[in-house]
Design a protein around this ligand. Sequence first.
Ligand code: CFM
Ligand code: HCA
Length: 478
Amino acid sequence: AAKLIEDTLSAYPEKARKERAKHLAVNDPSGKNKVISNVKCRPGVISSRGCTYAGCKGVLVGQIKGMIPISHGPVGCGHYSWSTRRNYATGKRGLNNFVTFHFTTFYQERDVVYGGDKKLDKALDELFEMFPLAQGASVLSECPVGLIGDDIGSVARKKEKETGKWIVPYNCEGFRGVSQSLGHHIANDMWRDWIVERYEPKDLDPDWEPGPYDVVYIGDYNIGGDGWEVLKIFKAIGLRVVARFPTDPNVWDWPKAKYAKLTIVHCARSTQYFAKSMEKKYGIPYYESNFIGATDTFESLRDIANFFDDKIKENVEKFIEKWTPFVEKVKAEYRPRLEGKKVMLYVGGLRPRHVAEALEKDLGMVVIGTGYEFAHDDDYEKTYPKLGEGALIYDDVTQYELDRFVEALKPDLIGSGVKEKYVFQKMGIPFRQMHSWDYSGPYHGILGFLRLARDMDMAVNGAPWKYVKAPWKKEMEV
Ligand code: CFM
Ligand code: HCA
């Protein structure tokens, strides 16, 4: 693998070679061989990263129920983040659910010259007239807003006074930061400062009382229904989820978060900031769970039970006892067909380590290469020990590097995103989208484990890819 890294890098000019070398490593589970992460991409290479606006609007904020998400700026950012992620939500369209709409202030040249505050002010009036039942609105800045210095915070405060609605300003201009990761951080801070800290549960529900088994579930985006799967489990073991941040999330529940007994974090990369704030300010502990794969799901439940009394512990043991035969059946069916198959992964900031665990521990596959688009050092520190010696690690990998690595390592399966998918399928390599679950899922929880196993088996052992030859490897017909 070290030789592969060297050969791959040899195509770059010297400066690029030196810089990219720091992002690539051969794994040592002790964490000795570190990659650098969370730094600016190199101009001239093709990165898969998104921007701060994508992380804030597309990933954390756009799906909040009760809040109208309005993209403040030119039309494109809102359009291209319009229903492109599979964050499922219930509710009534236009009453409390705005997930399928695209709202924008549609900046024009004159707004860049004279400022767009007035346009935003007017847009909010129009929106609340059209959707009077909305709890409020999320204002998401695009690049020009930050460049010209529109003050969305003061518009938000003014409109809150006028309308009585909750209006949360997110200064998530795309040019800030180095990836979507900063957008997550901004969203976390705004949720805390503009919603959780400012309102009380009794403002909305006078009868509400905190209870002994109250938890907050955060960082599960309900992709293909993932979060619903986990909520069913929490219910079965006797926990009461008082607020969900973005699993089909009701914003009016969020003020309850500061009275919970435990914050259960799924994606720590995107929501550890909020969980840490709750710990610091209210003394609420948080726990990083993983509900992908049966082994980790059971382990997470046992760990969660340890924060509570014997009742929850017994419920968890009963749950595990009930579902173990099912898990064993799934493993007996799929493990023999997947055992030893080589996998390469490349996903955002969390899934590479969660998915790797499930594929290795439960299905016997071997992760020979993995990397993150925008992870930080703490994510890599959590990843090294989970991978085998010699696995290739690539941070913010370029399309060129990933192509070379795949050609050399010949994996049986690649799990990555839509930008990678078609390149590798054309090479004839089985591929699964590990962002959207390829229109499948949910993958979380025990039933999700069955779907995960089935989908990996279909991809690896399905016939079509054996017959595919890359167009550029065929002789050209004229
Ligand atoms: Fe967390 Fe996510 Fe991910 Fe992420 Fe994302 Fe996503 Fe992802 Mo795509 S919040 S870090 S910014 S688990 S959208 S649901 S799949 S890159 S690995
Ligand atoms: C994003 C969203 C994304 C993209 C998925 C992909 C998602 O990064 O802005 O590249 O396939 O999960 O929808 O990560």
